[in-house]
Each structure stands twice: as C-alpha cells, then as structure tokens.
Design a protein around this ligand. Structure first.
Ligand code: FES
Ligand code: FE2
Length: 390
C-alpha cells in the first residue's frame, strides 16, 4: 500500500469506529441561516458575480469534447457559453454570441464544426473565435475585424475536467483555486483517462444552494431514501477533512457491516465506502469503488428560485474495462437509470418543497447541526466568496 492508500484505510477505520459508537465527525458548533439566502434576488445577483464571475467551476469532462472541432454549449449564470476543442488540442471558451447584432451563434448543445456561422446574416468565425467573414462586405463599411472576434472566457483543462470563470474580465488558475490538497487528490484519480458515458442537465425550481446542500448531506439518507440509497449507505456517519475551499468525506457502505464486530486487521476496506468531495464552489464528486459521479449546481441567470443541476457518470472506457461493448453499455445504462430514479422520485420532490417552504415571509431562523459537516463548509465558503472584496 502506498501512502495515499494507507491514509484512506485510516479514514475508513475512523468511520468504522463511528459506526460502532453511533457517532460521526462534527463541526465545532451549530450554525443558523435564513430563508432569504435562497429567495432574495440581491443575494442571487451577488452570488452570480462574486462566485461564478470570479472563481473556476467545472463545466464538463474533457471526453465530452474529445477531438479538434468538437464543441459544446451551455448556460452559465452570467453568460451563454461555447466551448471548443482547438486544432492544437487545447480547449477555449467563448461567449456564445455573434458580434454583429447579438444572435445566439450556436444553438446546438454539442457537435463538430469547422467554423461557426451565424444564422441571421451569416457572419462566420473560426474555431479560435476570430471573425473570418462579413457577408456582403463591400456594402457593410469599414470595421476592424480583429475587434469583433468572439469574446473569450477564461477556460482551462485540468485533471480531466474543463473549468471556466464566467466573466471575460477574470483570470483562471485552477491549481491555485484547488489548493495543494485538492489538486493532489484530483491528480491521483487519473480522471483524464476516464470517459463521461452519460451526462444530463435538470432545470429545477430550487435554489442552487438547496440543491448543493442535499448532495453533501449524509443525514437524510435513511429518511428520504429508505428503499434506495439507504439500503447501501449508512446514514449520518462520516469522517471529514476540511481543505479550506473544498472538502472530502468518507461514508461507509453497508457491505462494511461484517467488520463492525470483527477486526479487519490489514484487510483493505476501500471497496466498502463512498468518498465524496466538495469541489468548490458548486460541485460534488463521488468516488465509488469503480467509477465517479459528478454533480454540478448552477444558479439560474435571473431567478433565485431556479437552478440547473448536471449529472455525469465518469467511468473506465470500454477498452480498459475488460468487458465487451454491449455489456459495458448495459452496466452503465442500468447504473444511470438507478441514479435518475432516485433523483426524480426522491430528491427533487423534497427539494422543490423546500423551496416552497423557504418562500414564507415569516420563516424564522433555521439551523445546521454539528453532524452536517460538509454543509457547514459549503455555507462558510459561499459566504466567504460573496463577502470577500475581490
Ligand atoms: S447577428 Fe450574426 S450575422 Fe448578423
Ligand atoms: Fe438525497
């Protein structure tokens, strides 16, 4: 076992100890919060600008734009975005808008193309964003084409993900944002060798922080998911590490139960846990024994009570899986269907109802328990970003 594996076994043994004692890692204190954090348009505006307009967040897995000329589009809180794999293999991001009269340049969610051509008056742009052609330019008049290329957004590829800051004025430095611990953790997972086999987005009438909170929560499992997740994962037991902007926690799966009585000795327990990472400012990365799930949460561009969640299943590619393609596809399709069913039948209805609850003018103060460790970190970091001057 190397150091990383030994440390993981230690964290799992601490979780096993909690399981035996009926305890969990705890935050220093309980903390209050208010409903308006999830309903106030001014709070939402500040979050869009000071969080998404300032720090990097994950927008896709690299395998979603595998080759030069591949693109995807997405809606960030502040900009409509176009992400394109360049000829040299790098990835660049642009505002998805024609610089002539502002038409949405690319309407497809994903595709491949040699140039982007606007449907309105057919101006065209190269993959690197430069303005290639103005139609009927003998009549259009003199313009400096170099000033009317696509507006570029700070974009970086690192650890198999594409990251972006949602403002053309910002700079991006993903390693600095991650900090040494989370950067090393992600580097160790070989995520760029994996493949995003399924991805889907869900627009829900729920504030993005209510959504993010639910996917850092080990306390609700037995109550909200009695016949699904609770059969496999223990409720309210975790060992937690605070990395400042980010965190990681281990939750034991029920297959660990035979070791509650018996001493596991040197036996590896790594197959009996889910490791969850909060990668700030808006993502949950779940590391399962044989794959990863990435969940991202983004505020709606204008409505505080709406957000978009994206879910991705990131797995070893078929060539490395030792499976025939059909079996591989079936396995991950089945996995995906189970995840979707839990989301749609169990999490989303509860979270929509939470948003309705938060709309009460006299909601009164609410409280996070010491056991809700990762939620404390998420609340602390969100507040810190909004309050920091720059
Ligand atoms: S708006 Fe795009 S070419 Fe006119
Ligand atoms: Fe849940």
């Amino acid at each position: 076992m190397n150091q990383v594996e030994t440390d993981r076994e230690d964290r799992i043994r601490r979780a096993l100890h909690h399981l035996r004692e009926g305890t969990t890692d705890q935050w220093d204190d309980v903390a209050g919060f208010e409903a308006r954090e999830f309903t106030d348009p001014e709070v939402a505006r500040r979050e869009r600008e000071r969080i998404f307009g300032r720090v990097p967040s994950i927008v896709a897995h690299s395998s979603e734009v595998p080759k030069p000329n591949d693109f995807i589009t997405l809606r960030m809180p502040l900009n409509n975005v176009l992400i394109v794999r360049q000829k040299d293999g790098s990835v660049r991001g642009f505002v998805n808008l024609c610089r002539h009269r502002g038409a949405l340049l690319e309407e497809q969610e994903s595709g491949r193309c040699r140039l982007f051509s606007c449907g309105y008056h057919r101006w065209s742009y190269d993959l690197d964003g430069s303005l290639r052609a103005i139609t009927r330019d003998n009549t259009f008049g003199e313009v400096d084409r170099s000033k009317y290329g696509l507006v570029e957004l700070p974009t970086e590829e690192r650890h198999g993900f594409i990251w972006m800051v949602d403002s053309a004025d910002a700079k991006i430095d993903v390693a600095a944002w991650l900090g040494p611990e989370m950067d090393a953790i992600l580097a160790g997972y070989d995520l760029d060798g994996l493949q995003c086999v399924r991805a889907e987005g869900f627009d829900e009438p729920v504030n993005w922080k209510i959504m993010q909170d639910a996917f850092l929560d080990g306390y609700h499992i037995q109550y909200a998911h009695p016949n699904s997740a609770a059969k496999h994962i223990h409720t309210n037991v975790m060992t937690f590490e605070d990395f400042g902007r980010h965190c990681r926690f281990v939750a034991p799966r029920k297959t660990i139960d035979k070791w509650i009585e018996d001493d596991p000795g040197e036996t590896s327990l790594a197959a009996h846990v889910t490791e969850t990472h909060f990668v700030g400012p808006n993502c949950t990365l779940l590391r399962q024994p044989d794959h990863f799930q990435l969940l991202t949460f983004r505020p709606d561009p204008s409505r505080p009570d709406w957000s978009r969640m994206e879910m991705r299943l990131i797995v070893p590619p078929v060539e490395r899986s030792g499976m025939d393609p059909e079996r591989w596809q079936k396995l991950w399709d089945k996995n995906w269907e189970i995840l979707l069913a839990v989301l749609h039948r169990e999490d989303f209805p509860l979270l929509r109802a939470s948003q309705v609850g938060m709309a009460s003018a006299s909601a009164g103060p609410m409280v996070l328990g010491r056991n809700e460790v990762a939620n404390h970190l998420f609340h602390r970091e969100t507040r810190r970003l909004v309050e920091e001057s720059s």
